[in-house]
Ligand binder design. Structure first.
Ligand code: HAM
Length: 419
């Protein structure tokens, strides 16, 4: 038997219905703040990510699904959405719209990672981006929406890890000092970080290896290297978060695994996720558009890892599936099979959730078939009642039975209370 690719789990209906419920809520929530959906291709020119996410990042170095198409173009399955959204903003000249342009997206992302709990090779992002405005108010709005949208789904006691990584200039000096600090302790670092130290020492701060975490605990802090402007930007954000009573923790080691960020970076962490504990990550990326050879388009946003979010919601029993009112239609006996099947199709076309016993044997079996599939009502099609223009309806929950005029049954079942 041929199996599906590793790390790309099939999403079966029980799960996909939960995802739909959650995503519908998130869509509604962000749309209230003026974010509108953008649907972008699943494959992109690899360059879009190489230039922005960064040549030295794990994503670009190890995790991209890159391929050449028949025209010899170097493409990849997108590993994330932000660079792609900025590419689209530039290409479609969205700067002619009133700024900021507020966008959201939901769709699959691809990273060749080692699959484990909460980590897949194909996974879903729900993300929002606000482009064309560098005010710290937008950082606050984005962080506010991040926390409040998760609260809206029922999650409590969340907090944000936040840091400012300054602008490009400020990081040059910082990287130098960090590198020197870490060089003295190189033997204590993991093998990957020994290499990272030369290419991009910031990535050492991001490493999840216990040894590296210990080494970086007292390393130089980026906040001490910020320019006056970057400091002010960060202070304004923290001030407003205080006023809004949004809980956060400063984390000087938070640099994020993508290179395009400047100034604000943040993550929401959940203990329920084990080592893969970030449910959401985001930040500001005012230079990303420059890396794509476009003009400067400041931006800020976040993306939620949808599988991780669902995992937490499931652990906390916070996804309540709305019970659908299912109406089962059965022939009274085999003589009415054909006609009742057409009636079932007609009923479905009127917007009901319908069910039909394809291998009808007798009424008793139809009842148990309907009960097993959670039907609420069973319409019995046929007999003298039908001759008189009536149908028998069984309420399978209340175990009652009544007659309804055939001509009025649609209206009746549309209006009946679902208690
Ligand atoms: P990211 O931190 O790489 O950020 O991804 C965001 C979230 O996606 C993570 O916090 C995590 O929940 C989830 N995630 C990442 N990798 C995997 C995986 N292999 N399997 C399952 N879930 C995963 C970004 O991608 C940025 N584009 C976020 C952003 C938007 N920044 C600004 N705007």
């Amino acid at each position: 038997m041929i199996k599906g690719p590793k790390g790309a789990p099939d999403i079966l209906p029980d799960k996909s219905e939960k995802i739909k419920l959650v995503i519908d809520k998130l869509r509604n929530f962000v749309e209230k703040f003026g974010y509108r959906e953008i649907i972008l291709p699943i494959f992109e020119h690899s360059e879009v990510f190489e230039r922005t996410v960064g040549e030295e990042t794990d994503i670009v170095q190890k995790e991209m699904y890159t391929f050449y198409d028949k025209g010899g173009r170097k493409l990849c399955l997108r590993p994330e959405g932000t660079a792609q959204v900025v590419r689209s903003y530039l290409e479609n000249n969205l700067k002619q719209l009133p700024q900021p342009v507020k966008l959201y997206y939901f769709g699959p992302m691809f990273r060749y990672e080692k699959p484990q709990k909460g980590r897949f090779r194909e996974f879903y992002h729900f993300g929002i981006e606000a482009l064309g405005e560098d005010s710290p108010k937008l950082d606050v709005e984005i962080i506010y929406i991040a926390i409040k949208s998760l609260e809206f789904l029922g999650l409590k006691d969340l907090f944000i890890y936040i840091n400012s990584i300054g602008d490009i200039e400020e990081r040059i000096k910082y990287k130098e000092d960090l590198k020197n600090y870490l060089f003295d302790k190189i033997d204590l670092l993991c093998e990957d970080c020994k290499k990272r130290l030369n290419t991009n020492p910031l990535r050492v701060l991001d490493c999840k290896n216990e040894k590296c975490i210990r080494v970086t605990e007292n390393s130089p802090k980026i906040l001490d290297y910020l320019s006056e402007e970057s400091k002010k930007h960060f202070e304004i954000i923290l001030n407003k978060l205080d006023k809004l009573k949004i809980p956060y923790k400063l984390n000087h080691r938070l640099v994020r695994g993508l290179d395009y960020y400047n100034r604000t970076v943040f993550e929401v962490i959940s203990e329920d996720l084990g080592s893969q504990n970030a449910v959401l990550g985001g930040g500001r990326y005012d230079y990303l558009s420059n890396y794509l050879q476009g003009e400067k388009v400041p931006g800020v946003g976040f993306a939620i890892g949808v599988e991780r979010l669902i995992l937490i919601l499931e652990t906390k029993n916070l996804i309540q599936d709305k019970k659908r009112k299912i109406i089962s239609i059965t022939p009274l006996n085999k003589d009415f099979y054909e006609e009742s099947f057409y009636f079932y199709l007609y009923f479905g076309s009127k917007g009901f959730n319908v069910l039909f016993p394809y291998n009808f044997k007798n009424l008793k079996e139809s009842i148990s078939y309907s009960l097993k599939r959670d039907a609420r009502y069973l319409i019995i099609y046929g007999g003298d009642e039908l001759k008189d223009g009536y149908l028998i309806v069984k309420d399978l929950k209340k175990e009652t039975q009544f007659k309804v005029k055939k001509d009025e049954i649609i209206k009746y079942l549309q209006e009946v209370e679902d208690d």
